[in-house]
Design a protein around this ligand. Structure first.
Ligand SMILES: *[C@@H]1O[C@H](CO)[C@@H](O)[C@H](O)[C@H]1NC(C)=O
Ligand SMILES: *[C@@H]1O[C@H](CO)[C@@H](O)[C@H](O)[C@H]1NC(C)=O
Ligand SMILES: *[C@@H]1O[C@H](CO)[C@@H](O)[C@H](O)[C@H]1NC(C)=O
Ligand SMILES: *[C@@H]1O[C@H](CO)[C@@H](O)[C@H](O)[C@H]1NC(C)=O
Length: 356
C-alpha cells in the first residue's frame, strides 16, 4: 500500500521536473533579438548573428520558413535565391534593353577566368576584391601552393599564373564550360565602385600604371572638362562622370582598350542575363558570401578567402554624397541612366538622395 503512494509521488516529481526543464530549454533557444526564429535554425545557422535585422525580417515576411525549408536552407541560401530571382525577372522583362543585356563577346570571355581542375568560372569585376579571388583560383590551379607565395606582379600576368581566360578556348569548349561549370561574380554598389575606380586609377595613380594619368585622363579632360580655361590639373570626378554618362562614350572606350574594365557596367563585363551565374556575391556582404562561394564551389576544404579587413566592405553613403556633390544633377541622371541595369539586376537601391 505504502509504496504505491510513493511511486505516484515519484511520477509527479519526474513530470514536474520535465516541465521545468522544457520551459528552461525553450527560453534559452529563443534568439536574443526576438526574431522568432524556429529552434531548428539554430543548428544550421552559424551565420545568423551576422545577418542584419532587416535581412532577417525580410526573410521572415517573404520566406515564410517552415521547419523543412529551414533544415535545408540557411539564410544565405534564401538571400542568394532572392538575388537569382530578381536577376532573372529583370532579365526577362526586357524593358531595360541593352542596359541589362549584352552579347557573350570576346570582351566578356576575356573577363572570365577558368579553373578546369575544379570546374569553376569566375567573372572579374574590378574594384570588388577581385585580386583576392584570382589568387584563390591561382592556388587552386596549382601554379603556387599558397596565396602568400604569389608575387603581386604575377597575379595579373596570365602567361605566368596558370589562370587562363575563357577566351583562350575553342567555341565548343567555351560552350561546354559555360553549361557545366560553377560560375560566380561579385558586385557592389555601382556608384561606389566608380568612385573607387576613379580614386584608384586617377588620384592614387599607382606608379606602375602611368597610362591612366598620362594617356587616358588628358583625353577625357579635353572632351569633358566644362571650364575650358582650366585644362590643367588631374582628372576631376565631374569629368569622369560626364564621360561615363555620355551616350557616345563608346568612341572613347575604343581608344582606351581593356583599361575600361575598371568603369564599364557589370552587364558589359559579365553578361549576367546571358550567362547563368550560380552565385552572385555582394561586396557589402562579402564576409558571408566568400565562404558561401567556396562551399558552393566545393573548394572550402582546399583554400580559404584571405582575411577581410574590418569595415572595408560597408557601403558608405556619405562618401557617395561627397563625391557626387560636385556633379550636376543632369550629369548624375545621365550616369544613372547608363548604370540603371547594374542597380536593378543586383538589387541596389536607386540613389535618390543624389537627385534631390
Ligand atoms: C530538404 O532536403 C531533403 C533531403 O535532402 C529533400 O528531399 C527536400 O526536398 C529538401 N527540401 C527543400 C525545401 O529543399
Ligand atoms: C518591366 O519593367 C518596367 C519598368 O521597370 C515595369 O514598369 C514593368 O511592369 C515590367 N514588366 C514586367 C512584365 O514585369
Ligand atoms: C544601347 O542602345 C542605345 C540605343 O539603342 C545606344 O545608343 C547605346 O550605345 C547602346 N549601349 C550599349 C552599351 O550598347
Ligand atoms: C565614409 O566616407 C567618408 C568620406 O570619404 C569618410 O570620411 C568616412 O570615414 C567614411 N565612413 C566610414 C564608416 O568608413
Amino acid at each position: 500500500m505504502h509504496h504505491r503512494w510513493l511511486l505516484l509521488l515519484a511520477c509527479f516529481w519526474v513530470l514536474f521536473m520535465l516541465l521545468v526543464a522544457s520551459k528552461f530549454i525553450a527560453l534559452t533557444m529563443r534568439s536574443p533579438e526576438g526574431y522568432g526564429i524556429r529552434q531548428g535554425s539554430l543548428t544550421v545557422l552559424p551565420e545568423l548573428e551576422k545577418m542584419t535585422v532587416t535581412e532577417a525580417r525580410k526573410f521572415q515576411i517573404n520566406g515564410q520558413p517552415t521547419a523543412d525549408t529551414l533544415k535545408n536552407m540557411t539564410f544565405i541560401d534564401v538571400i542568394q535565391k532572392e538575388r537569382q530571382e530578381l536577376l532573372r525577372s529583370i532579365c526577362r522583362n526586357g524593358s531595360q534593353g541593352n542596359r541589362s543585356h549584352s552579347a557573350i563577346s570576346k570582351f566578356v570571355l576575356d573577363r572570365i577566368f577558368v579553373s578546369d581542375k575544379h570546374k569553376i568560372l569566375f567573372c572579374q569585376t574590378p574594384k570588388v576584391g577581385n585580386t583576392q579571388w584570382k589568387k584563390v583560383l591561382i592556388v587552386l590551379n596549382g601554379a603556387f601552393s599558397s596565396i602568400e607565395d604569389i608575387p603581386e606582379n604575377v597575379v595579373h600576368d596570365h602567361d605566368k599564373n596558370g589562370l587562363p581566360r575563357l577566351s583562350s578556348y575553342s567555341m565548343a569548349d567555351v560552350r561546354e564550360r559555360l553549361n557545366s561549370y560553377f560560375k560566380f561574380l561579385i558586385v557592389r554598389d555601382p556608384f561606389e565602385r566608380l568612385i573607387s575606380a576613379y580614386k584608384d586609377k586617377f588620384v592614387h595613380n599607382p606608379r606602375f600604371e602611368p597610362w591612366y594619368k598620362h594617356n587616358i585622363a588628358p583625353v577625357i579632360i579635353r572632351k569633358y572638362r566644362k571650364d575650358r580655361s582650366e585644362i590643367r590639373g588631374g582628372l576631376q570626378f565631374q569629368d569622369f562622370v560626364r564621360y561615363l554618362g555620355d551616350p557616345n562614350h563608346r568612341f572613347m572606350d575604343l581608344q582606351f582598350g581593356d583599361h575600361i574594365i575598371h568603369w564599364v557596367t557589370y552587364v558589359e563585363l559579365c553578361a549576367p542575363c546571358e550567362i547563368n551565374y550560380n552565385v552572385i556575391g555582394h561586396h557589402e556582404t562579402l564576409e558571408e558570401d566568400a565562404p558561401y562561394i567556396l562551399r558552393e564551389a566545393g573548394i572550402e576544404k582546399l583554400v580559404s578567402y584571405p582575411a577581410i579587413p574590418p569595415g572595408i566592405t560597408k557601403y558608405n553613403q556619405s562618401k557617395v554624397e561627397y563625391y557626387f556633390s560636385k556633379v550636376s544633377k543632369r550629369d548624375i541622371k545621365r550616369l544613372y541612366d547608363r548604370f540603371e541595369g547594374d542597380f536593378k539586376l543586383f538589387g541596389y537601391k536607386e540613389p535618390t538622395f543624389l537627385f534631390r
